[in-house]
Design a protein around this ligand. Structure first.
Ligand code: 13P
Length: 245
């Protein structure tokens, strides 16, 4: 299956930096076999869709849980799609932590995205305390099954992002990532039979050009969701190049 290398800018950059990024990215980017996705803040999507290399796809970092209407401050899936988003991250741990999002809401968002031709990238992952208590798989199982309720495979992506690895510089060891990805694969094949094999399961949490190769070599690691490093066009392009080999 085609690998997906996605960058999540989170709430970073301003328009001027966004323009510089497009220039720098296009200078470093080499055509590749992997699917490349950039998820910037929504105000930058329209510009980037026109200025980044045509092989790069654009995605949102979230979509509203409602169809368009009186929901001040929200951005609907239809709007994201209309400016060029083909994907949207949903249920990122930062949304769960700072905005109180739960599996039920995340599932609503994922289904709305799907209805409007956006592929949801559903984030799951355990905290450090949950891992230490031996509960990582139980937590991830509940998140995967609840968040994919009434979704068809393989029309979504799962991003396994253990919270202890996000922004900490401590990535999951390749075997740790593979252990969880294989577990998620098992859940999906049980739920979706043969189609579960085609769902991409990507890893996120302190991915860098230095640590990405052993991670991407794991059987069930089908790509990355890159945070911090994706803000640096040169380093993000290095990850893309290494994953395309
Ligand atoms: P970092 O790559 O900065 O650890 O962030 C990971 C992440 O949260 C991507 O969504």
């Amino acid at each position: 299956m085609q690998r997906l290398i996605a960058g999540n800018w989170k709430m970073n950059k301003e328009m001027r930096q966004c323009k510089e990024y497009a220039e720098s990215f296009n200078a470093y980017f080499k055509e590749t076999m992997v699917e490349v996705l950039v998820c910037p803040p929504l105000p930058f999507v329209y510009y980037l869709a026109r200025h980044l290399h045509p092989l790069v796809k654009l995605g949102a970092q979230d979509v509203a849980a409602f169809e368009p209407g009186p929901y001040t401050g929200e951005i609907s899936a239809t709007m994201a799609r209309s400016v060029g988003c083909l994907y949207s991250i949903v249920g990122h741990s930062e949304r769960r932590k700072y905005f109180g999002e739960d599996d039920k809401l995340i599932n609503i968002k994922a289904r709305l995205a799907r209805q409007h031709a956006i592929t949801p990238i559903i984030c799951v992952g355990e905290t450090s305390a949950q891992r230490k208590a031996g509960k990582a798989k139980a937590i991830v199982k509940k998140q995967v099954l609840s968040c994919t309720n009434k979704l068809a495979a393989p029309s979504f992506v799962i991003a396994y992002e253990p919270l202890w690895a996000i922004g900490t510089g401590k990535n999951a060891a390749p075997e740790q990532a593979e252990d969880m990805h294989a577990f998620i694969r098992q859940l999906l094949t049980k739920k979706y039979k043969g189609k579960g094999k085609d769902v991409r399961i990507i890893y996120g949490g302190s991915v860098t050009p230095e640590n990405c190769v052993p991670l991407i070599r794991q059987k069930n690691v089908n790509g990355f969701l890159v945070g911090g490093v994706s803000l640096d066009a040169k380093r993000f392009c290095e990850i893309i190049a290494k994953c395309g080999m």
